[in-house]
Design a protein around this ligand. Structure first.
Ligand SMILES: Nc1nc2c(ncn2[C@@H]2O[C@H](COP(=O)(O)OP(=O)(O)OP(=O)(O)O)[C@@H](O)[C@H]2O)c(=O)[nH]1
Ligand SMILES: [Mg+2]
Ligand SMILES: [Zn+2]
Length: 229
């Protein structure tokens, strides 16, 4: 069934409004020199586990904070707070994705001073479909797939892979048990998004994390112009 034209109009306006807020956010992030990373994946791929590990490993050297979206519960915020980084849960009620205005409101409510941050992470609601349409003002969007989901996810959900900048294959510690075919997964990612950078790692064992952290440090350096002395 085709959606009614009026509904399409409303949706277009919502997206346009979101883009305006996202642009404002991106400008303020860049002005403050904070590198913003968002995470998208299907429910349970391991966004929170990966983010908790990332925050814990970055915190000795960088000022980090995180926002996390879910329909309900503060569970993920409580898990991420174990890293001792400032964390704020955004509960969306019935909405299956985050919007730029929610990110803006959360930062304002927490009175976070962006100038005092190096990295801000945003974990989106678990969903491989509509988060792709909503710009959150991030510099880098990561799409996660875990080895337990099957190698065909990039082919089935091409839009989210196209909206992301980098792919992360998580739960590599389970790869043998589920007979994960790394080559096929890689080939499928490349088929949808030629040249996409892929990190393979395990939040549980820490395998592959250092590679990813090095990548983040490099990206932060690139964002900040060398200070003139
Ligand atoms: N073995 C293993 N388990 C993992 C890994 N990462 C996450 N898990 C487990 O996978 C389950 C889901 O992980 P979460 O981090 O909650 O996944 P999520 O993507 O944040 O889930 P939602 O926020 O609900 O979409 C949990 O039981 C984790 O302990 C990993 O690298 N290895
Ligand atoms: Mg989570
Ligand atoms: Zn949605």
């Amino acid at each position: 069934m085709r959606p009614e034209p009026r509904l399409i109009e409303v949706r277009k306006n919502v997206l346009k409004q979101n883009d305006i807020v996202a642009r404002t956010l991106r400008d303020s992030f860049h002005a403050a020199g904070v590198f913003v990373v968002s995470l998208v994946s299907s429910p349970g791929s391991g966004k929170t586990a990966f983010l908790e590990k990332t925050l814990t490993l970055l915190r000795p050297n960088y000022r980090v904070a995180a926002l996390v979206g879910d329909l309900a519960t503060e569970n993920d915020a409580l898990r991420l707070a174990r890293s001792h980084a400032p964390v704020k849960q955004i509960t969306t009620g019935t909405l299956c994705h985050l919007e730029a205005a929610m990110v803006q409101n959360a930062i304002q409510e927490e009175h976070w001073d962006l100038n005092q941050l190096d990295f801000l992470f945003i974990e989106n609601v678990g969903n491989l479909v509509c988060p792709s349409s909503y710009d959150l003002g991030e510099d880098l969007r990561l799409v996660l797939i875990s080895v337990t989901e099957g190698e065909d996810k990039p082919l089935k959900y091409p839009t989210i892979f196209n909206s992301a900048d980098v792919a992360v294959v998580t739960k590599m510690d389970l790869a043998a048990a589920v007979e994960f075919d790394s080559q096929t997964a890689h080939k499928n990612i490349q088929a949808v998004r030629p040249g996409m950078q892929v990190f393979k790692l395990s939040a549980k064992t820490g395998e592959g994390m250092q590679n990813f952290l090095n990548f983040l440090s490099k990206r932060l350096q690139e964002l900040r112009p060398t200070p003139v002395t």
